[in-house]
Design a protein around this ligand. Sequence first.
Ligand SMILES: Nc1ncnc2c1ncn2[C@@H]1O[C@H](COP(=O)(O)OP(=O)(O)OP(=O)(O)O)[C@@H](O)[C@H]1O
Length: 566
Amino acid sequence: MGDGHLPNKTDFASTHHRKASINIYRQPLDSPGLVPVHQKQAVAVGLPILEILQRLLHRLQSGYSLDTVLALIAIYKAGVPVYKCLTHVFVYLFTSQVTVPEYDPVAKEILAWMSSEVMSKSRTTEAMILSSGDDSSFFGKENFYRHVGQRASAAQLSDDVQYMAPIGKKIFWIGFRPFLFYRSGGFTPTYMNQVWKNGPQQNALVLRTLGWSLQPLQNFIKTCTDVKLENKTGTTRIYFSGQIEGTWQSVTKAVRKLDTIDIDEEIKSDLIKDAYFYYSAEARRFYHDCGIPYRRGYLFHGPPGTGKTSFSAALAGRLNCDLYMINLATGDVSDKKLHRLFLALPKKCVVVIEDIDSAGIGREQDVIPQIPPLHLPRYPDERPRAKVTLSGLLNAIDGNASSEGRLLVMTSNNPDALDEALTRPGRIDKSVFFGNMSKLAATNIFVRLIGRTTFATSNYSPDQIADKAAEFSGKLPANVFTPAQVQNFLQYCRGDPDKAIQEVDAWVQKNAPKVAQAQQTNDVQGTTTPPPALAHAPAHAAAINAKLLNGSLGGDADLDVVPRRL
Ligand SMILES: Nc1ncnc2c1ncn2[C@@H]1O[C@H](COP(=O)(O)OP(=O)(O)OP(=O)(O)O)[C@@H](O)[C@H]1O
């Protein structure tokens, strides 16, 4: 190895297990150079590249020998654990940290902020790409560009790919303060969940900054949520129960505007007024002072396709809060899961439990065992097994441990089938019937779906469209068809008012008998829902309503019942 030492036969030691050409030289510890010759040779056997490196260094006449290179590598190797240890000590002593599980809604806001403020602005070589199927990227981008005072080009908006913070670490600055963002990764199989006593293992976001106070981190998280609220205009985030027990997953949709829901205007404005008042500081104080749990519940009932879910979404949009949807009829929500879902709700939100009558909720003793024996055949028409019991549901929605501040909406096609305990005063504060299409609603839906299309506006004047809408509603029998049916028919007419008017008679002829038949069957089964009503107002809700109506709480001053952006 070129160190000037000539091998001596007597220096050979146990060479039988090595290549014949490689000799091990016994070296005294104080041999010249940093690395003993026999170690250099041992390394050279495993790493022939060292030989090449040494020749290269020699050719370049760099003045460095292989000794120096090996010594530097050794120092580096020894230095890494020391550096890590010192870093840990520094981080432990001089920084503060918060951890946010990725299923938490706040994690989404942090990731969105990172995406728009760090990933898109800094020179980055790594990103996690998301091409989600919802509208979040489109509206998120449009709002982001508006936020920074630019108009997004069509190409920018049509690019469906979002660049998110990748798994790993990222340092960014806010003013003169550095932040360390760390996103953990890895797939957690569901069977692992039961292993974790304190809940399933989760991917998480970790945020660190210098100092001994959590305040800067709290401020940062508040910035993220504020930016979300600012940019949220025009979108509603809709949460569904997620794969992992007790967690929510979300999509973002354009806000459904309240004026696109055709229901009785009086009922509509009463609900909006009530919900606005519920979220006013006045009401919060009133609930608190009276010792009433701060919760509000509505029951929306009526035939399928009459706008119960759509109105709930529009209400959430108007209240500028998120919508949380639970469908008990799927049979995959248990009492425990439901309880966890309710515990994970934010302070202000609209929660919808859909088609509550079809969930097959029974009292404890009526519940079918949750896991059917494997040998029993499952028939295609078998109803999903109820995993939520009535007491489990009641406990989740207003048990002592249940969170406060949510606005609960239960929808039902058959309210008579509901247990009285569920609809008792205090759990349902307002009961609203969503009925079939009235003449007025038919006129409105015609103007909305036909009268505003490019074809209609370029070929007909507003007066002509109003006349055609009146003609259309004249041909449509009142309170026979659901809004969903009429919407479907008008969509088929593709914006042509004359086509709609010409074909509506035939359409009515074809579909009315079916509707009449269905209504008759319902009547026989005793499931016909009562006429429009704002039915039972419970005692405490009645007190609040009375105060609201006579203005003694000053509620009207706080109420914004004028449509914001219709
Ligand atoms: N009153 C209405 N005004 C405007 N559109 C409506 C109305 N009712 C229903 N629609 C339309 O019909 C479709 C179905 O409505 P939605 O899901 O809200 O009905 P639903 O009453 O919740 O039905 P279900 O009881 O089956 O859940 C939606 O596309 C919605 O736009």
